[in-house]
Design a protein around this ligand. Structure first.
Ligand code: GLY
Ligand code: MN
Ligand code: MN
Length: 462
């Protein structure tokens, strides 16, 4: 946890933004795999972590925005808890850790909410992402839990969590120290004959060894054209290209999210190098533009322009560059967005609504293939932490579909594209904080240039 003042100051700010009534924050419970006592590793709700910081199941908190007082609700520990789960903190100790005013047994939460309702004071809450927490909310608030989500609360939380405190950026950078090791080791381990899972397992072991976890399931695949490929059963072959997207989370659960693309046998072949270079040029061009006041959608479109230009030079695309980008022809190769906000969640706060985080009244989501998958489109501000992750893929099913539909024939050389099928995909991803006068790439450098990646891939892990 951070110090108690961090949490009380965050809550005070939230109370000022919401203005009136009480805010109900529900923590997560254990999430069973298939029966109650066999559960997934515990992960606290991120908003609860942000305002309360307590990292254990079955807690709730009520912030009275009028008095400024916070009550933490939980189960007073029993001897059974100590037997099965080790030493436990008392509720008062938990309240102290988060700078709360009061601690109370969880059974009194209902009374506290009923009292607020009786006094006709608004109870602000958001709909939890997990069904079990949603059921708890419904049990506490009745039918109000369905319709009464507080847009005011969500807007206040999003506004506050979007601007990262220096200590939050430091957490992300501590996660990136581990992530850098994960990626460098993976480059050194990737070799013909090794099964993907051996390297994915090593990557995860590094996160655990550092007292952390992965922020999301590792992608380590020779089929990088499958964007969310979580299978690891292929044996690597000479000439393969592997997409490796993985990031550790810090001990306080801040995420990192890095992608590198690895030539298994060391040097890239000519086509791989061409595509890698296209993606790298788009990435570096995009990062250069990051500063407060620029719209991220414009940077995304510029990356699309850059990739289109490179693919035209390679003979895969053709026609007028501006028209091609305006019509979205590059979506065949680059079907996802340039990036997303990152923080306690790898896609930060998406449970509160993707558009509430990445868009606003000045920037609405565009429903064009490719652009509609852009999670972050709005103007950047100092303190935003985001990813930059252009990619270029050869997705046969999509190529088949578009070619049959004669889609964007003016801009795509389908005959040439067919020759490149089997290359898989290339994605390169960095994490960046927006600063008052520009940006800073977070974490230690991880090989990224063609030469540095080839060199790391040709070095053995000692
Ligand atoms: N690793 C998830 C993403 O890049 O968005
Ligand atoms: Mn990402
Ligand atoms: Mn990623």
């Amino acid at each position: 946890m951070f110090d108690p003042q961090t949490y009380s100051q965050r809550r005070q700010k939230l109370a000022e933004s919401v203005g009136g009534g009480v805010v109900l924050l529900l923590g997560h419970s254990h999430s069973p795999m298939n029966y109650a006592d066999n559960y997934y590793p515990f992960r606290q709700d991120s908003t609860f972590l942000y305002y309360i910081g307590l990292d254990q199941p079955d807690l709730a908190a009520v912030i009275d925005t009028d008095s400024g007082r916070t009550t933490v609700f939980g189960h007073p520990p029993t001897v059974d808890d100590v037997i099965w789960s080790g030493p436990q903190r008392s509720l008062n100790q938990l309240a102290q850790l988060t700078g709360a005013d009061l601690a109370a047994p969880i059974r009194s939460l209902q009374r506290s909410l009923d009292r607020a309702k009786k006094q006709v004071r608004p109870v602000h809450f958001f709909r939890p992402c997990r069904a079990a927490t949603g059921n708890w909310l419904t049990a506490l608030l009745g039918p109000d839990a369905e319709g009464g989500v507080s847009g005011e609360l969500i807007a206040a939380i999003v506004a506050q969590r979007l601007i990262k405190e220096p200590q939050e950026v430091a957490e992300i950078e501590s996660a990136l120290e581990v992530t850098a090791r994960m990626h460098i080791d993976a480059m050194r381990l990737a070799a013909p004959g090794i099964v993907e899972g051996v390297i994915a397992g090593h990557v995860e072991s590094l996160a655990i060894a550092h007292g952390a976890r992965l922020a999301y399931p590792c992608i380590f695949t020779r089929h990088g054209e499958v964007l969310h490929n979580h299978s690891y059963h292929h044996k690597l072959k000479a000439g393969d290209l592997v997409v490796h997207d993985s990031g550790a989370s810090s001990r306080r659960h801040y995420a990192s999210d890095i992608t590198r693309t690895i030539p298994v046998s060391g040097p890239f072949n000519e086509r791989q190098r061409t595509v890698y270079h296209a993606v790298l040029t788009a990435l570096e061009g995009a990062m250069e533009q990051i500063r407060p006041g620029i719209r991220y959608r414009d940077i995304h479109l510029d990356a699309a322009r850059s990739i289109t230009c490179s693919l035209q030079q390679a003979g895969l695309m053709k026609g007028d560059l501006e028209e091609s980008v305006a019509e979205g022809a590059h979506g065949l190769f680059f079907p996802h967005g340039l990036g997303h906000m990152m923080g306690l969640d790898v896609h930060d706060m998406e449970n509160l609504g993707e558009d509430r985080v990445g868009y606003d009244t000045d920037t609405q989501r565009v429903n064009q293939f490719g652009l509609r998958s852009l999670r972050l489109g709005k103007f950047l501000e100092s303190g935003h932490v985001l990813t930059v992750e252009p990619g270029c893929y050869f997705i046969e099913a999509l190529i088949d579909q578009w070619q049959q539909q004669k889609r964007h024939e003016r801009f795509i050389n389908y005959a040439e594209v067919r020759r490149w099928c089997g290359l898989g995909g290339v994605r390169i991803e960095e994490n960046v904080v927006v600063t008052p006068d520009g940006h800073r790439i977070l974490g230690p450098p991880i090989p990224r240039s063609v030469e540095d990646v080839e060199c790391a891939c040709q070095t053995e892990l000692n």
